[in-house]
Design a protein around this ligand. Structure first.
Ligand SMILES: Cc1cc2nc3c(=O)[nH]c(=O)nc-3n(C[C@H](O)[C@H](O)[C@H](O)COP(=O)(O)OP(=O)(O)OC[C@H]3O[C@@H](n4cnc5c(N)ncnc54)[C@H](O)[C@@H]3O)c2cc1C
Ligand code: FES
Length: 264
């Protein structure tokens, strides 16, 4: 059930030059939340900015009733959020559908880029808990913007990194590593979240090799609950016609096979 509540801030800490980790007490949200879902956060006590900001669940700590979010400081909303060190903030969630997996999966790959890496840690935790071999491919502009490499390793994932400038891992794109992995490893499923060019590359690769792929989209949002139609994406319906789905409500996770990107 979606709730809108005031949550106590337990931690709001800079973890990289542009990134913060926020931990809040929300037992009502953590008890039902699943990987891939998100919350809408009010980042100011005034009407400016008016709209809540969507941030994905980074860790779901059901036993202690908390969630953790990792966010990149970009504009007005996230600057204000980074200044909230104690007290309460208004949060609505859990929202969206989340990732899915099957007990029978043996080997999966997770591909994350930039702040799109944030929602993939809790997914990896669940896949590892399901007994899978999990390959994690992380992409970033440089090592100062590379999230969670050590956390994925600690979970027991096999981690490979690509950065645009070669400051960590391979110099190049994370899609190049995925192409090599696909050629040597039988994957049951690929999961992806990151910038659109990366997502587009992952979809093309997995489609060409007929590997199922789930993609989390980070479309700009207004209401976050399916009411304003401000976040629609184009999809191909089962009968082949073109339709629209709301990223906040039917997503943010979609099967790659149903998404239509401009470059298709
Ligand atoms: C479902 C969902 C989950 C998300 N999860 C995370 C997360 O876990 N961590 C995280 O760091 N960010 C996440 N985002 C993106 C985050 O919501 C935006 O970065 C944030 O709303 C920016 O707010 P702002 O007021 O700081 O910036 P604004 O002042 O609104 O914008 C600053 C700049 O960022 C760009 N921008 C804003 N929103 C987006 C967006 N959604 N996609 C691409 N560019 C954008 C703007 O075009 C502008 O150039 C998520 C977005 C969605 C829709
Ligand atoms: S943000 Fe309003 S419908 Fe999705």
């Amino acid at each position: 059930m979606v709730v809108s509540i005031k949550a106590s801030i337990l931690e709001n800490k800079k973890i990289l030059p542009d990134f913060y980790r926020l931990k809040i007490a929300v037992p009502q949200i953590s008890k039902t939340a699943v990987p891939g879902q998100f919350v809408m956060i009010k980042t100011s006590s005034t009407l400016d900015p008016l709209l809540r900001r969507p941030i994905s669940l980074h860790r779901i700590n059901r036993d202690v009733g908390t969630i953790e979010l990792v966010y990149q400081v970009l504009g007005k909303g996230t600057i204000l959020l980074s200044e909230m060190v104690q007290g309460e903030l208004e949060v609505m969630g859990p929202l969206g559908n989340g990732f899915s997996w099957q007990q029978s999966f043996k080997r999966t790959a997770i591909v994350g880029g930039g702040c799109g890496i944030a929602p993939l840690l809790t997914l990896a935790e669940h896949l590892i808990g399901n007994g899978q071999e999990v390959h994690v491919l992380l992409g970033a502009q440089n090592k100062e913007k590379l999230l969670n490499e050590a956390d994925f390793k600690e979970l027991g994932c096999k981690v490979l990194v690509a950065t645009d400038n070669g400051s960590s891992g391979r110099k190049g794109f994370v899609t190049e590593i995925l192409e090599e992995l696909i050629s040597t490893t039988n994957l049951d499923q690929v999961y992806c979240c990151g910038p659109l060019p990366m997502t587009n590359g992952v979809i093309k690769l997995t489609k060409s090799k007929m590997i199922p792929c789930q993609v989390s989209l980070e479309e700009r949002m207004a209401c976050g609950i399916g009411a304003c139609l401000g976040c629609v994406c184009q999809v191909r319906n089962e009968d082949g016609t073109i339709g629209y789905k709301r990223v906040c409500h039917e997503g943010p996770v979609f099967n790659a096979s149903e998404l239509i990107f401009e470059k298709d």
